[in-house]
Design a binder for this molecule. Structure first.
Ligand SMILES: Cc1cc2nc3c(=O)[nH]c(=O)nc-3n(C[C@H](O)[C@H](O)[C@H](O)COP(=O)(O)OP(=O)(O)OC[C@H]3O[C@@H](n4cnc5c(N)ncnc54)[C@H](O)[C@@H]3O)c2cc1C
Length: 239
């Protein structure tokens, strides 16, 4: 299992500007620099690091984890979780054979990886919300029914759109999920406002969906960036 270490604190959308250095010394790549917002780094066997192997050359290299030369610092997010990390590389070494793709292909490798990040089963989550609406006796409320009907059309359309037009589907999917978080809090009504009993930063399932889905339009490239690319590359609009 590997995590994706592409973004840096100052360079998230524009990966061409990353500063992490991957110096090639003999048959090794020596990585120095800092990556931010790396999901699941604590459970990963390696980090796929986008680094600068020459001033005008980006490459992706798999750095085995854990490693004495890689420090993981957890980042706590809105939902209270900390499965996001800052990774500090201080001369971490990987064999040259761990380069993914050709040397200099880093950006293409990173973009391909980001386009393949799997997301959760939206249809199952939708039916769980319908069950919650029944539990809360909200399933006869016309407003709730209308919102659930809208959500159902999305979970049925999105898989088909993913096959036909993956770029557009990715944007609509993340926007759908943010909206579903809002619908879910509407369904559970006042319970959405109250923190459940429990220690620390304990959240109910739908509070968690609401808060975590705020990041869906940011992670794996922002919606704004992808809309720009759809306008340019799919619709052929001027910059
Ligand atoms: C939950 C979560 C998980 C993540 N997991 C990972 C991970 O595992 N690995 C990893 O490498 N990164 C990860 N990221 C980082 C993510 O890729 C970046 O946050 C994202 O690319 C945006 O970068 P930024 O935060 O620096 O925002 P910025 O790049 O500073 O953007 C700020 C704002 O400007 C807009 N903007 C920037 N450029 C343009 C443009 N050209 N056109 C229009 N609008 C633009 C953006 O849309 C955004 O609204 C994760 C982020 C989140 C929130």
């Amino acid at each position: 299992m590997y995590c994706l270490a592409f973004a840096e604190r100052e360079h998230g959308s524009d990966l061409t500007a990353i500063e992490t250095c991957g110096e090639i010394i003999g048959d090794q790549v020596v990585v120095t620099g800092m990556k931010s917002w790396v999901t699941g780094a604590d459970g990963a066997d390696a980090a796929l690091v986008l680094c600068r192997t020459a001033p005008d050359e980006l490459s992706c290299v798999l750095v085995p984890l854990p490693d004495e030369a890689v420090e993981l610092r957890p980042i706590r997010v809105l939902s209270g979780e900390s499965d996001l990390f800052e990774l500090h590389f201080d001369g971490a070494r990987a064999p040259l054979t761990n380069l993914c793709g050709e040397r200099g292909d880093g950006l293409q490798v990173a973009l391909r990886e980001l386009s393949q990040v799997q997301s959760l089963d939206l249809e199952r989550e939708f039916w769980d919300l319908v069950a919650t609406a029944r539990d809360y006796r909200r399933n006869r409320d016309p407003h709730v029914r209308q919102q659930l009907a809208w959500a159902y059309t999305q979970v049925r359309i999105l898989p088909q759109l993913t096959v036909r037009n993956p770029e557009l589907a990715k944007v609509l999917r993340s926007e759908y999920h943010r909206r579903l978080g809002e619908i879910a809090l509407d369904v559970v009504d006042a319970d959405g406002l109250l923190r459940p009993d429990g220690e620390a930063y304990h959240l109910s399932r739908w509070q968690h969906v609401f808060l975590a889905s705020r990041a869906d339009t940011i992670a794996t490239r922002t919606t704004e960036l992808q809309r720009g690319e759809i306008a340019e590359h799919l619709l052929g609009l001027p910059r």
